[in-house]
Design a protein around this ligand. Structure first.
Ligand code: NAD
Ligand code: IMJ
Length: 256
């Protein structure tokens, strides 16, 4: 069978380690023949991401801390020099202060609220602004969200508010970039034990509850999220924009 992303250049932001959803996505993108470009968050992650990039046969590894506008500008500049065209961007980035994911939501500080919004939601705007001019043959941007945007999930707190903003951001970007044939979508993934889930109070209970109640009676596998990302990045996804695609073993349809 022909590969779904042959001839496409894919930029993947958010690989931190081999448990990252972005790593599973990057693997699937490589499997489907994409030319892969990875970014890392800071010097601390550089070595790990470079090792993973080698394994994935990535063409380039570039720095991009989304809190640093110069790094986003530099990323766009480097990509422009590097042949220019980008076809698909995967945004797999979120952060909130740990204490804001355990204390009562009402105690969220002003700075903690703004930090979660900046990294987890505004960054999609900044990345779209920097990369959409490079999508000269049309393209797609995909981000990752979670059900806590629309429903109250214990401890998700300020991240739930940031994901609600992220999902609205997907719709506004989809509306503006559509005329350039750039599609913008989100995948709402079920809970997966990544670094962003480790140490979260009662996370194993969340996994158990999903496996008990989801229609498919199991948890979400990162490879399933990755295959949905391939679909959205490929021409098979050409009719979808502004969508939130649930890859969660069906959990979100349940009322009880
Ligand atoms: P992860 O910790 O592997 O990935 C989070 C990434 O965000 C890391 O690579 C980290 O470096 C990056 N990041 C944080 N601050 C950054 C900054 N300032 N600049 C650049 N990068 C920054 O965990 P993950 O679970 O793979 O999370 C990826 C995405 O998936 C997140 O948006 C998360 O909200 C979403 N998601 C996760 C789950 C889950 O259960 N794990 C479920 C649904 C959605
Ligand atoms: C995170 C916190 C609370 C409940 C949670 C999660 N549930 C799930 C997650 C039920 C599934 C994972 N998730 C969807 C996230 O988006 C995680 C984001 C996150 C995680 C951390 C942990 C470490 C830290 N800051 C973080 N910021 C964002 O210091």
């Amino acid at each position: 069978m022909s590969k779904l992303l042959e001839g496409k250049t894919a930029l993947v932001l958010g690989v931190a380690n081999k448990w990252s959803l972005a790593y599973a996505i990057a693997r699937a993108f490589t499997r489907e023949g994409a030319r892969l470009i990875l970014t890392y968050q800071g010097e601390r992650q550089k070595e790990t991401v470079e090792e993973l990039a080698q394994e994935l046969k990535a063409a380039r590894v570039l720095a991009c801390d989304v809190q640093q506008q110069q790094e986003i500008d530099q990323l766009a500049h480097t990509l422009r020099g590097d042949g220019g065209r980008v076809d698909t961007v995967m945004h797999s980035i979120a952060f909130a202060n740990r204490e804001d994911l355990s204390r009562p939501f009402i105690e969220t500080s002003r700075s903690g609220y703004l930090l979660a919004q900046e990294i987890s939601s505004f960054s999609l705007v900044a990345i779209a602004r920097a990369t959409s001019p490079l999508m000269t043959a049309g393209g797609s941007l995909t981000t990752l969200t979670y059900l806590g945007s629309a429903r109250v999930v214990p401890n998700y707190n300020v991240m739930g508010v940031a994901k609600a903003a992220l999902e609205a951001t997907v719709r506004y970007l989809a509306s503006e970039l559509g005329p350039q044939q750039i599609r913008v979508n989100a995948i709402s993934a079920g809970p997966v034990k990544t670094a962003s889930a480790r140490g979260i109070k009662d996370f194993s209970k969340v996994l158990e509850a999903v496996a008990q109640h989801a229609p498919l009676r199991r948890n979400t596998d990162p490879a399933e999220v990755a295959d949905a990302a391939v679909f959205l990045a490929s021409d098979l996804g050409r009719g979808l924009t502004g969508n939130i695609l649930f890859v969660d073993a069906g959990f979100q349809i349940m009322g009880l």
